[in-house]
Design a protein around this ligand. Structure first.
Ligand code: HPA
Length: 252
């Protein structure tokens, strides 16, 4: 099979990849079950690119029901080596206001009860993936350099706190994440990043800030509760830059 230059995993509000031409639909079964939906493989800037909607193309899967193992296994089977994950998040620290894009460099995992490893079950090896740098440094650097060449602003670095969801967090939970050093909070960053590492995939995330996390709006208690429409509006506005970013990444 011809190699794929890049796979993009789309998150909330990101169910198609703009500009992906001639996309063939791959519906793969895996030893770990069914992926979230078809993997679409087409051409972008003359390069072969795969796209998978993490929550399914009609957003039917909540974060804790996503089969992260099947998704990554399917991408690996198709010949993917690099994965760019798009993750919608809430902003905790001041650099991560709504509509900001960022490339985090650390993760703290607060999720529970998810299938976290391929090295699982009878007969499998017991292995421990190196994960001090949870995102692939060369891919992160390539994304940041692509942003510079496309004239886009991306926050470099930051810690992603992965929560279980599907509910949003309490103010106390977000205060704890802030004390722990988290800059953004989302529900899908783990175990995806760790599973990618187990498969030897180069994996990096671009976070899209949809809202202030609970209690983080600088307007304080006066801030009205955010509506779903506003959240999706912020994701849509910030995502407008993503096709240019991905094209610049493929042109590098
Ligand atoms: N918390 C967790 N996940 C999220 C949020 C949030 O505030 N916003 C978007 N994804």
């Amino acid at each position: 099979m011809q190699d794929i230059d890049l796979a993009v995993i789309g998150g909330t509000g990101l169910y198609r990849l703009a500009g992906l031409e001639g996309a063939g639909e791959h519906r793969l079964g895996t030893p770990w079950g069914e992926p979230s939906g078809p993997v679409r493989v087409g051409r972008l800037r003359g390069r072969r690119v795969a796209f998978l909607a993490r929550h399914g193309e009609s957003h039917a899967l909540p974060p804790h029901r996503i089969n992260y193992r099947a998704n990554l296994h399917a991408l690996k089977t198709l010949g993917v080596a690099r994965v760019l994950a798009l993750n919608t998040v809430g902003g905790i620290t001041s650099r991560f206001a709504p509509r900001v894009l960022g490339v985090p460099d650390q993760i703290i995992d607060y999720t529970w009860g998810r299938e976290v490893s391929f090295w699982d079950g009878p007969g499998s090896e017991v292995l421990h993936a190196e994960f001090a740098e949870p995102y692939d440094p060369p891919l992160r650097a390539a994304v940041l350099s692509a942003a510079r060449s496309a004239g886009l602003e991306l926050v470099d670095g930051g810690c992603y706190g992965a929560t279980q969801g599907p509910r949003l967090e309490t103010r106390a939970e977000i205060a704890r994440l802030r004390r722990d050093g988290c800059d953004v909070v989302g529900m899908t960053g783990m175990p995806e990043a760790a599973l990618a590492r187990e498969l030897g995939l180069a994996y990096a995330s671009v976070v899209i800030v949809a809202n202030w996390a609970a209690g983080c709006d600088p307007a304080g208690a006066a801030a009205p509760p955010i509506t779903l429409d506003e959240v999706l509006g912020n994701v849509e506005a910030a995502s407008a830059a993503l096709p240019r970013l991905i094209e610049a990444l493929l042109s590098a």
